[in-house]
Design a protein around this ligand. Structure first.
Ligand code: GDP
Ligand code: IMO
Ligand code: MG
Length: 428
């Protein structure tokens, strides 16, 4: 009775959407448990390309019940825009369920996200500007608005008043902006309730029953280990629990029900936004990875910062998430590189450090210690069996497996749904 978790093992955009889609046909529920429309998952099915933000990638598979769990922050305007766009392309979104306990992103969260970033100046995080941080801050500060509040106008009004009380002082007195009107926010939120109502349920109960009944439930993480609010490169992180533990708290399904934890890692690394990144490349190899890997953000269109594979980060992700499997994606992007560097450790102040340093300052000026592996030139996008990969590609994967603290169960060799080599079944 598997509860299967998919998490990003690096700084995001590892191909989680594609991995979720891959498992889709054998899954009953796909649950998004953290983040919001800061995520961007591109899934390629035949000639069709889908860009998902708020909706779980399972929405693309017929028969799957997609669930937005309590750990997600929901921008209702974006929700209905995304639903309408998919429906217009002939997809059925009618099975979508949303947790009554999920928090809502309102317009003032988006405003605050942008204003705060601007005032941070050089210390900017480079957020997606979607209001994610301010919405989670309200949740932790106990002044958030939950989906269930939308169904009781007087409660909603009280909560919006509470939420805006401090914010308006801040906006007017510190940021020199106009105050936000309670009536406007209430009207904005209430405009969605009728359409929202049939989707809202106790998702924790539904999922608990599903697992007890032997259904397959897949938990799809947004963002990634190094962007996790506790375990990432704080403060250059997102504001949610993007690691495997978040699958439990963000869905209400207990940890003993989670049987497989799959980390998605690219055969190199990218990062969007600010923050430390030891293997970052500023040379033509960086351009090579960005061009061949099409490394531009699905959400903001920003050029992703490229770098070589970082094995200490993979070991860190294996440990923090308790990974049972790694899916290594985008191996095809490395085709044509004569000798491929892999970071095996760091040097900090002249000393070798084998693991991700706990001190953020150390991590900021850690320089990578590289081992090089011979590359290959053959096109590998059509390969479906590990043994058919060029010997050097096999050796590269096996070296990464040895260095990463977890077996590599599948290997992505192209953006298409079927462009994958499976070494170990990810469900049974
Ligand atoms: P996510 O946020 O983790 O779901 O990842 P994104 O969708 O933001 O970024 C991953 C990108 O890589 C998408 O454009 C995918 O279509 C693409 N992709 C996924 N797996 C592979 C692969 O094995 N090879 C190649 N070339 N592209 C891939
Ligand atoms: P997926 O799910 C890559 C980054 C932002 C910024 C930081 C905080 O597609 O892998 P936020 O708006 O969340 O407050 O921004 O986190 N970030 C991502 N980077 N992939 C993502 O999602 C991201 N979601 C947020 O760029 O540095
Ligand atoms: Mg993405």
């Amino acid at each position: 009775m598997p509860g299967i978790v998919i998490v990003g093992a690096q700084w995001g955009d590892e191909g989680k959407g594609k991995a979720t889609d891959l498992l889709g046909s054998r899954i009953d529920y796909v649950v998004k448990f953290n983040g919001g429309n800061n995520a961007g998952h591109t899934v390629v099915i035949g000639n069709e390309k889908y860009a998902l933000h708020l909706l779980p990638s399972g929405i693309l598979t017929e028969g799957v019940i997609p669930v937005i769990g309590n750990g997600v922050v929901v921008d209702l305007e974006v929700l209905f825009e995304e639903i309408d766009a998919l429906e217009a392309r002939g997809l059925d979104t009618s099975k979508l369920k949303i947790s009554a306990n999920a928090h809502v992103i309102a317009s003032y969260h988006r405003t605050l996200d942008k204003v705060t970033e601007r005032f941070l100046g050089k210390r900017q995080i480079g957020t997606t500007g979607r209001g994610i941080g301010p919405a989670y801050a309200d949740k932790i500060n106990r002044v958030g608005i939950r989906v269930q509040d939308l169904f009781d106008e007087s409660i909603l009004r009280q909560k919006v008043e509470g939420a805006l009380f401090q914010k308006n002082s801040l906006l007017v007195k510190v940021y020199n902006r106009r105050a936000i009107l309670v009536d406007e926010v209430v009207a904005e939120l209430l405009s969605h309730t009728e359409r929202l109502a049939p989707m809202v349920i106790d998702t924790a109960l539904e999922l608990g029953n599903a697992i007890d009944a032997g259904k397959n439930v897949l938990f799809e993480g947004g963002q990634a280990t190094m962007l996790d609010v506790d375990h990432g490169t704080y403060p250059f992180v997102t504001s949610s629990s993007a690691t495997a533990g978040g699958a439990s708290t963000g869905s209400g399904v207990g940890p003993t029900k989670l049987t497989r934890i799959i980390g998605i890692a690219k055969a190199y690394i990218t990062r969007v936004g600010a923050g430390p990144f030891p293997t970052e490349l500023f040379d033509e190899w960086g351009d090579f990875l960005v061009e061949n890997g099409h490394e531009f953000g699905t959400t903001t269109g920003r050029r992703r910062r490229p770098g070589w594979y970082d094995a200490p980060i993979a070991r860190y992700a294996s440990r923090i998430n308790g990974l049972t499997d790694i899916v290594l994606t985008k191996l095809d992007v490395l085709t044509g590189i004569e000798s491929i560097p892999v970071c095996v450790a760091y040097e900090v102040d002249g000393k070798r450090v084998d693991e991700v340093p706990v001190s953020q300052s150390d991590f900021h000026h850690a320089t990578p210690v590289y081992e090089e592996f011979p590359g290959w030139t053959e096109d590998i996008t059509g390969v479906r069996d590990f043994d058919d990969l060029p010997q050097n590609a096999q050796d590269y994967v096996l070296a990464i497996e040895r260095l990463s603290g977890c077996r590599i169960s599948a290997i992505g060799v192209g953006p298409a749904r079927e462009a994958i080599i499976v070494r170990h079944d990810l469900i049974d």
